[in-house]
Design a binder for this molecule. Structure first.
Ligand SMILES: *Cc1c(COP(=O)(O)O)cnc(C)c1O
Length: 391
């Protein structure tokens, strides 16, 4: 039988056809009026997509490049910072701040859970220069409560900058960047914005710009002040990933098109889409007898599922690939073999969820030998969809 390749990984995610066409047509030089017009349009769209009045910059790198930029531009060697970590991407913050000479205090939550706010409150010290956290921890598919964390920092009268990795949070959760006081919010191109890897974007608050006047960590390629100066002219400091910028513009047009051309409403629709698909997936997989890995704070970006004790999640990943050309993600690090992860961020529709659950019924029955009744997972998802469609 024909098997179409289907990507359900939490980055890279499925590509939007309109963005692919725009990328193929982007045969333009980056120091031309044509490019400047495109770049300025995309930067303006990104501000709406992120939902902020702050500057939003676009970097030619994967998401980690923007994470590194946040550290190098906003810290100095010897700074005490607070890192909140609940998985592999939180651990990346710890590695990054240490690489640039900061002294991190670390609040952890077990894999599959979010933070205890009282623990953060107790750990936050007046000398902390910055707090680093994920909006959604993609390795465990957990959502963190950024609003509550921002509030707690304010209530403590802390001067710490709040630096949020929203790489899978953007487009899957609602943020009030300016209202909550998020100083830096980072996104990546291969996640909810439906284009290939290679671009990162980040919003930068006035407070963060002010901090950059005195911070001392070395930076060159990722010098945000240099990028800001160039962005005003519609350019980037170095040769940007021109084709990806064109693709991003087309993708943001598409997202706006979900709400009659209103990008802010389109972004809200995209978040709701991810939330309904995530809820339907959770219902379907639970109905098949799987256990959710993050039942208390599930992300809409992705769903992480534990396989029954003694079974290997890698077998599920492999079987989906070989039988249906359907690509999902295994667990990372210590979670490899124990969980699998399915994405909902970006260009996924409800019928993609139905397809996944249909395939999963076969794998659960044949590979994992679970007592499956065909239609069981899909029926549970249909109920979630029907309920959401009423609203
Ligand atoms: C994908 C992802 C990143 C960035 O990884 P890159 O490979 O550098 O793009 C960072 N944080 C989270 C939460 C992610 O999901």
């Amino acid at each position: 039988m024909i098997r179409k390749t289907r990507l359900y990984t939490p980055g890279p995610t499925p590509l939007l056809p309109a963005a692919q066409f725009a990328m193929a047509a982007a045969d333009i030089h980056h120091r031309t009026a044509e490019f400047r017009t495109l770049f300025q349009k995309v930067l303006a769209q990104l501000k709406v997509f992120v939902g902020t009045k702050n500057d939003v910059l676009l970097l030619s790198s994967s998401g980690t490049g923007a994470m590194e930029a946040a550290v190098t531009n906003l810290t100095s060697p010897g700074d005490r910072v607070l890192v909140l970590t609940a998985g592999k991407f939180g651990e990346r913050w710890t590695g990054l701040v240490k690489a640039f000479g900061c002294e991190p205090d670390v609040v952890t939550a077990p894999y599959g859970q979010t933070f205890n706010l009282a623990q953060i409150r107790a750990a936050l010290k007046p000398e902390h220069k910055a707090v680093f956290v994920q909006a959604t921890e993609t390795s465990t598919a957990v959502r963190h409560d950024i609003e509550a964390i921002a509030k707690l920092i304010k209530e403590a009268n802390s001067q710490a900058l709040l630096i949020v990795d929203g790489i899978t949070g953007l487009g899957t959760t609602h943020f009030d960047v300016d209202g909550w006081g998020i100083d830096v919010l980072i996104g990546g191109s291969q996640k909810a914005v439906m284009i290939p890897p290679g671009l990162a974007y980040l919003s930068v608050s006035e407070r963060a710009w002010a901090a950059m006047e005195t911070t001392k960590n070395p930076r060159y390629y990722f010098d945000l002040r240099k990028e800001r100066k160039n962005a005003v002219k519609g350019e980037s400091a170095y040769t940007p990933a021109v084709a990806l910028v064109a693709g991003l513009g087309a993708a943001l047009d598409y997202i706006a098109g979900q709400a009659g051309g209103d990008l802010e409403k389109g972004r809200i629709a995209l978040v709701n889409n991810a939330q309904v698909n995530a809820a339907a997936t959770r219902a379907g997989l639970t109905a098949l007898g799987f256990t959710l890995f993050a039942p208390t704070a599930p992300a809409a970006a992705a769903t992480a599922v534990a396989v029954p004790e003694g079974m290997d999640s890698g077998a599920v990943v492999k079987a989906l690939k070989s039988r249906f050309a359907l690509v999902i993600a295994n667990g990372q690090g210590e979670m490899q073999g124990k969980i699998f992860r399915v994405a909902h961020l970006g260009f996924f529709d409800y019928l993609d969820t139905v397809a996944l659950l249909g395939a999963m019924e076969h794998i659960a029955k044949d590979t994992l030998k679970l007592p499956v009744v065909y239609g069981q997972a899909i029926e549970a998802a249909q109920r979630v969809y029907a309920e959401a469609a009423k609203q």
